[in-house]
Each structure stands twice: as structure tokens, then as C-alpha cells.
Write a protein that binds this ligand. Structure first.
Ligand code: LIP
Length: 270
């Protein structure tokens, strides 16, 4: 486990350094994916290639699943789930809210059979180079921010909860998600849409947010953040509808109340 964590952190730090360097040189869109707002930069691909090279050197028999197309079956039952730049739109606009997210999970050796509902998170690292935040966790060993142990917040009512969420790229889904969050807004302290699921989840673990939920995210967005949040004491919930996920994470004192509200507003179906 320690070895997996040290690899995750070391590779994420290197990758984040490249992402930051490329950001300072200037970034442009190289292609769009699901919609015109779902953008990819050359840095996304180059950062993923760095991660791929390093993990293949260090753990040649493990699997790798990356947002920008990496899909390598392993033989060990351990797969590295990689988002080279989570918060791509923030990255494109020069906003600080982006991070490299790397997790080692245990599950089927065939990447296409991996499911967020059933894999076991073993080690995780999320590195946000613009802010200097390095979040890490290992199964059963707790979670840390910049080497300091972190815990979920002590929030004990939804009315005092700061809740993060995100929106998909499809206009129809965004309309439904906007309607759902409008129902939640009067019941909580406030809503934050920060643009990077990995950081939203890690900040729940650090008590900087009290909860997060989103429909339509992908395994690489959440693999590391879910382990960090869980190891920090958050209650986590994940539904995997064929690779398209609904994730909800909350401080223990508000989880039951918040999850019931999310069910009521149909957040998982938006
Ligand atoms: C992003 C997620 C975020 C979501 C965005 C986007 P990306 O991932 O981290 O939570 O709301 O729409 O999917 O595309 O920046 O890696």
C-alpha cells in the first residue's frame, strides 16, 4: 500500500509540474469531445502520456485507465485510474481549480469491467499545482493535505452545509441539473460549482466543503477523490450506470439528511 501511495504521489507531482509548465506557456483547445463545451487541450494528452510512461516503468503488470484514451489491461488486479487534468475548463481559462488525479484501485483485470461501485480504492493522490495542494490517501491509513491529516467537517445540519456540485456538458442535462440544484439551494448554506470533481471530493475530506454531488462524471474524475473523502471520514455514495456515474459525498453529520434531499430532487436522475 505504501508503495502504491508513494508511486501515486510521485507520479502525480511530476504530472502536475508538467501541467503547470504548459499552462504558463499558454494553452489552447485541440479538440472537443461530447459537446462544444467538452474541451481537450494538448496538455491533457501530454500529461496523460507522462503518467502512462511512469506507471509502466514502475508497475508494468498493472492496468491503466485514463481520461484521454489510455486503456491497458493488467494482470495484477490493480488498475491506475487517471485524470491528467481534472478541471480542464478552469485550466483553459487560467483559473487555479485544476488538478492531476491518480488512484490505484483493486478489481477486474479487464479495464472495461471496472466499476466504481465495486472496485476497492487502495491509494490516491490529487495534486493541484496552482494552489500547491497535495491530497493523498491509502486504504485504512487516513487522508492528508500537504502531509497533515484531514477530517470531514463537523457540519450537523443541511441548513449550515456548503455543498459543491457540477454540471454535465449536454445542454439538456444542464437544464435538468440546474432545476434540481435550484430546489436544494434554499435548504443549504450555499452551493459551489468549482469545476473539478477531484478537488471537490478532496475538499470534502479536508472539511473545506461539507458535501458534493454530481451526475454524469466519469471514473477518472472520482477514483482518487472518493478514497480521500472516505479515508477522511466522509460518507460516500456512488452509482455506476455503465461508466456514467452519480456520486454523493457528505460529512457524517449531514449525510442522511442530504442524501434524502438529493433523492427527493432527483439528483441522481438529472
Ligand atoms: C470535470 C469534472 C467536473 C464536471 C465537469 C468536468 P474534466 O472533469 O471534474 O466535476 O462538473 O463538467 O467533467 O472534464 O475537467 O476532467
Amino acid at each position: 500500500m505504501t508503495d502504491l501511495l508513494s508511486i501515486a504521489e510521485s507520479v502525480a507531482r511530476s504530472a502536475a509540474g508538467l501541467a503547470f509548465e504548459r499552462r504558463t506557456e499558454g494553452v489552447e483547445i485541440t479538440m472537443t469531445k461530447s459537446t462544444v463545451t467538452d474541451v481537450v487541450t494538448a496538455a491533457d494528452a501530454d500529461v496523460e502520456q507522462l503518467v502512462l510512461r511512469r506507471i509502466r516503468q514502475l508497475r508494468p503488470d498493472d492496468g491503466i485507465l485514463g481520461e484521454e484514451g489510455t486503456s491497458v489491461d493488467g494482470t495484477t488486479g490493480i488498475t491506475w485510474v487517471v485524470d491528467p487534468i481534472d478541471g480542464t475548463v478552469n485550466y483553459l481559462y487560467g483559473l487555479d481549480g485544476y488538478a492531476v488525479s491518480i488512484a490505484a484501485v483493486e478489481g477486474p483485470t479487464r479495464v472495461e469491467e471496472l466499476r466504481a461501485e465495486s472496485w476497492t480504492g487502495l491509494a490516491a493522490a490529487i495534486v493541484a499545482p496552482a494552489s500547491g495542494a497535495v491530497y493523498t490517501a491509502a486504504a485504512g491509513k487516513g487522508a492528508s493535505l500537504n502531509g497533515q491529516s484531514i477530517r470531514a467537517s463537523a457540519a450537523d445540519s443541511m441548513a449550515s452545509a456548503l455543498v459543491a456540485t457540477g454540471f454535465g456538458y449536454d445542454p439538456g442535462r444542464r437544464s435538468r441539473q440546474g432545476a434540481a440544484v435550484a430546489q436544494l439551494l434554499p435548504k443549504v448554506r450555499d452551493i459551489r460549482r468549482l469545476g473539478a470533481a477531484a478537488l471537490d471530493l478532496a475538499m470534502c475530506g479536508a472539511g473545506r466543503l461539507d458535501a458534493y454531488f454530481e451526475k454524469g462524471i466519469r471514473p477518472w474524475d472520482v477514483a482518487a477523490g472518493l478514497l480521500i473523502a472516505a479515508e477522511a471520514g466522509c460518507v460516500t455514495h456512488i452509482e455506476d450506470a455503465g461508466g456514467e456515474l452519480f456520486a454523493a459525498v457528505a460529512a457524517p453529520g449531514i449525510a442522511e439528511e442530504l442524501f434524502a434531499s438529493l433523492e427527493h430532487i432527483g439528483a441522481a436522475k438529472a
